[in-house]
Structure formats: C-alpha cells, structure tokens
Ligand binder design. Structure first.
Ligand code: GYE
Length: 330
C-alpha cells in the first residue's frame, strides 16, 4: 500500500511539474506576443546632442521589462521618411504611434490614416499644424516661444550688467530646421521681444539645420559678411559649438568678443560655458520617454490626458555652469 501510495505521489509530482512547466512556457510566450504594448516611434534623426538624449530616453523607457516593445525609426531629418515610418507602423498594427515631427505642416493625410486604423498618435517634442486636432491624442514638449523670450531677457540683463545697455548691438541668428516648431517658436520669441530694444539690430538669420557642421559653415559666412557682430543666437547648442569653432578660427574670442546665446542646455554646453566660450544656454528638456510612458499608462486605463503638456525648463548662464554640471542628466 505504502509502495502504491508513493508511486501515485511520484506520478502526481511528475504530472504537476510537467503541467507547471507547460503553463509557465505559455505565460512567457503570451507575454511576448500579446501583453507587450507596441509603440512605434518616428524620430526626427540624430542631428544633435539633444536628439541623442531624446532617443536614449525612449529606448531606455520602452523596454520589455516595462511591458513595451519599441519599434524605433530614425528619419534622418526627412518628413517623407517619417511618413513612410508611420505607414509601416499602421501596417504592423502597433498600439501607439509617437511622432516627433520634423516640420509642422503636411501631416493631415498620414495621421488621417492612423486615425482610421484606430491607432492613437502622441506628439513628442515638436508640434504640428492641422485643422483637425483629433488627429493626435496629445502633445508633450518644450515651450519654444518662451525659450526665445527668455534668451532675450537674459541678454538684456547681461548687457545691462556689462554697462552696455545703451550701445548699438548687432546680432546674427543661426536658425534650426526651417518650419520645425523649435525654430518657429524660438525665432518668434526672440523677434517678438526685439522691438523692446530699438538699439539691437538683427543683421542676418540663416538656418544651420540644428547641426554643428552647418552651424560652423553659416557662422563662417556671417563672419565674412559682417565685421561687427556682437551676439550670436544659436537655436541649439550644437550649432553654437560650430559657431564657436568658426569664431576661434577667425581669430576672435567667443564668449568675450562675441556673446554666444544658445538653447538646449546639454552637458557639452555646460563644458563650453565653463571653458568661457558660451555665455548662456536656455534649457529644453529632451527626456520625454517617461512622460510619454505615463501618458500611455493613463490611456490604457481609459483615463483622460491633457492635450498640451509643457515640460519645465530653466535658463543657465555661464556663471552657474561649474556648480550645476554634475547635476545635469543629459
Ligand atoms: O533644440 C535641437 C534638436 O526639437 C527641441 O531639435 C528640439 C530641437 C533641439 O535637433 O537640438
């Protein structure tokens, strides 16, 4: 009897182990195919330190351990590539599309297709211009116009401190990708406040496409055309780095002979400020991954989300750089 019982027990154990095994296999398989939230991210490109930090933020947030599968697409700064990527995401029937639009216009058709397919679109970083705002669920990013205004406010304060408030001041601007929200907003913010300073003169504006090399190239041509530039406004840090190289190559001292005003406040900008080359960087926070994940979690629970979500941003003048550099996350 005892023998029979132990044989029976052994049988039960083998059986339950086997079934345990097979059910645990199912759970993993299930999770792989069904339970992960699939997110397609149509990224602008890899044009700047800001962009790299933004990509890393998404790639480290939307991981399997957090319940996501991320399909990442780098559009190399071309809208047509982003449109193709979105169509691919629709074909793959992703759960959410995240779009960081290169430019603001030209999105109606493809976002109409996403809407038709029932896939929510979350805009991250830059905005779009559409007549029907049901084409996107919400937007999260920086307040670019305010950033431009903050840059001018800093410059006015700085010139005052330097005893130059009554001087004529010549400015050139290195603009970002024309038609992108970051360019449109920062240019508007600066131009809008310029009227308050009748002795400031905007000599020229040209795009440096948000890249260091193009920023350097445009600055070289500015330096050839104008010999009395007092201020460079670079619509991102990488173009400022290019401009700094061009100014040094022309035998001038960036940060002193020519004031450098920049945007983004990436870590390398803090290094540049500590080196005395850059005077200020107005912050634009690229760490949108966790914010977008929070939005998706709310949507998953059927909760409402705010349509427009600005991130907090500060202004970092050179004299704060040494103290703050170690606290910077990007
Ligand atoms: O300032 C720039 C990047 O859209 C805010 O894009 C973003 C801008 C950022 O290439 O460095």
């Amino acid at each position: 009897m005892k023998k029979l019982l132990s044989v029976l027990l052994a049988c039960i154990m083998v059986f339950s182990l086997a079934s345990c095994n097979s059910s645990s296999k199912e759970t993993t398989a299930d999770k792989k195919d069904g339970d992960l939230i699939v997110v397609g991210y149509a990224q602008v490109g890899a044009e700047s330190d800001w962009r790299t930090a933004n990509t890393v933020s998404f790639q480290s947030t939307f991981v399997e351990e957090n319940g996501y599968k991320l399909i990442f697409d780098d559009a190399q700064q071309k809208q047509e590539n982003q449109i193709k990527a979105i169509r691919n995401f629709i074909q793959q029937d992703v759960d959410y599309i995240v779009l960081a639009p290169v430019v603001e216009t030209g999105w109606e058709t493809v976002l109409g297709e996403a809407k038709e397919a029932g896939i929510p679109v979350i805009l991250s970083d830059r905005m779009i211009e559409v007549s029907d705002d049901s084409l996107y669920t919400c937007w999260v990013g920086g307040n670019f116009k305010k950033e431009g205004e903050d840059a001018v406010a800093w410059l006015a304060e700085y010139l005052e401190k330097e005893g130059r408030a009554d001087e004529d001041i010549n400015i050139v601007t290195l603009q970002g990708t024309i038609g992108s929200s970051a360019q449109v907003g920062r240019t508007d913010g600066v131009d809008g406040k310029l009227s308050e300073h009748p002795k400031w003169h905007m000599l020229d504006k040209q795009t440096g496409e948000f890249t260091q090399s193009k920023g350097q190239e445009v600055m070289e041509s500015f330096l050839k055309s104008y010999d009395d530039i007092d201020v460079v406004i670079a619509e991102n840090d990488n173009m400022a780095f290019g401009a700094i190289d061009a100014i040094k190559a022309a035998g001038k001292d960036p940060g002193k002979d020519i004031i450098i005003v920049s945007f983004d406040a990436v870590k390398a900008a803090f290094e540049s400020m500590i080196a005395g080359d850059m005077n200020v960087s107005v912050e634009c926070n690229p760490l949108h991954g966790p914010r977008v994940a929070e939005i998706i979690q709310k949507l998953e629970k059927g909760e409402k989300v705010d349509k427009i979500q600005y991130v907090d941003e500060g202004v970092f003048p050179a004299d704060t750089a040494a103290d703050l550099i170690d606290t910077r996350k990007y």
